[in-house]
Structures are given as structure tokens and as C-alpha cells.
Design a protein around this ligand. Sequence first.
Ligand code: NAD
Length: 260
Amino acid sequence: MLSGKSAIITGSTSGIGLGIARGLAASGVNIVLNGFGDANEIEAIRREIADSHQVRVLYSGANMADGNDIAAMMAQAAQEFGGVDILVNNAGIQYVAPLEEFPVEKWDAIVAINLSSAFHTTRLAIPHMKAKSWGRIVNIASAHALVASPFKSAYVAAKHGIAGLTKTAALEAAEHGITVNAVCPGYVMTPLVEKQIPEQAKARGITEKQVISDVLLAAQPTKRFVTVEELSSVVNFLCTDHARSITGVTLPVDGGWTAH
Ligand code: NAD
């Protein structure tokens, strides 16, 4: 159903984004990988995805904090693939600290990468999608788009912002065959979460083991981490025509966290 379409997945050199890129490639979608990391490792991933699924895979090192980089990535995708059919806004960073100690530069970076980047990619992708009367935009938000946790002011604010952007874009694009949805994962054991465990331990004055049991999994009634594969399946489904009436939603994939 998706074979021959093209997708940009921001922040797809690691974690959830990489899993989504693999899942879409398995459905025959040509892929633009984006994100940071070791050049040789990224090239190995690029080639492995292309060879495994017989699709074209490009890499863009665009910095999602930089509007000019984002415009260049969108132009590269349009030129190479003749448009952008699927946009997955996934790039994101985290920082954990009490509000009154929150570094201003971390706030600015989180808002730029986790929120403003999606505004830029979306505004630039929509004309391509309108031209084909078909498009899928999936924003990887978070349970923190729906509820808050202490010490994550910038992340929670940016993710709530993504929920608003999702709903607004969905309304504007609805008559053009374009859906815009947000997927709201609970905790997934990726580098982003591994890195915050010591930060959480420091901010809360507890051990790292206690962070996993008493902070991370305490929020999730299933008491297990959500997996990258589960999220990739949900994104794939939202991109199919079976999901064409689903738009403007903030879909929790969080083991029951936001049912509390
Ligand atoms: P990750 O750290 O494994 O991957 C983040 C990706 O974003 C990497 O490819 C990285 O290179 C890229 N990236 C970071 N800054 C960038 C920038 N300035 N420009 C371009 N790329 C950049 O993280 P993850 O856990 O896979 O997170 C992916 C998304 O899922 C994020 O938006 C995150 O907020 C969201 N999320 C994660 C969890 C979780 O528990 N891991 C839960 C809910 C939501």
C-alpha cells in the first residue's frame, strides 16, 4: 500500500526514529534518514536498510535546531524523490532539572528541536502533499504531551505544543487527503531515556535503580517499557489508507500511563 512513497524521518539515526525508518522501508517506502552520530555507522545503517528492503535511502545531517538546514533537507528530499509523502517528526532531546535551575540554553534547544523543527518541516512538506492530494504527518510526541512530570519543564511544554500543532495542521490539511497525528509513547529504553536516569537520580536524590522502578515504570501500569517495534507498527498503520479517517489525534502508546 505504501510502496514507492517517500518519507522523511527526523532523528532517525537512533532509537525510535531508526525503528520507524526500518518499518517504513519494510513497507517499500524510500527513506530520508536524519540525525547525528558517527559517519561510518550512519553509512552502514543507510546501506543495510536500502539493501534489506530494496528501497532508496538518503541521509541528511540537517540540524533540527536550524531552519536553514531543515529547508535544505526538505529540498533534497523533494529533488531526489519528487516530493515528500510521509513526514515523521521524531527528533527530540531531553533535559531534567528543577525549573529555577533549568539552563536557559537547554530550554531554547528543546523548544527548537522538539517543537519548532516540526513547524518548519510541516510548513515545507504540506505543499508537496497537497500537490498529490495525499500525505501523512506523524509527530512523535510523548505521554508528556498529555500530562506533566516534575523537572521536565521544557520537554513537557514542547510536547504539549506538538499536540496543538498536530490538531491545527490536521484541520488545515483535512480536505487535501493529508492526515496529521501525534503518537504519544510512554517510556521506551532508548539512549534518550538511558541518559536521563543519572540526571533523574541527581534531581530526586535517589539511586538509578530507584529511578527505573519508582519513577519510570511506576508511571506505566503495564510495568514494562514500550518497544520501538510497537511504535513502528503504529506509525506504519497511521500511514496506510486504512487510517485515512484518523486525523488530529494524540494517540497514547504508553502502557496505560495516561489512563491514571
Ligand atoms: P534517541 O536519543 O535514541 O534518538 C534521538 C534522535 O534524534 C537521534 O537520531 C539523534 O541524532 C537525533 N537528534 C537529536 N538532536 C538532533 C538535532 N538537533 N537535529 C537532528 N537530529 C537530532 O531518542 P528516542 O528515545 O528515540 O526519542 C525519539 C523521539 O521520541 C523524541 O522526540 C522523544 O521525545 C520521543 N519519546 C521518547 C520516549 C522514550 O521513552 N524514549 C518517550 C516518549 C517520547
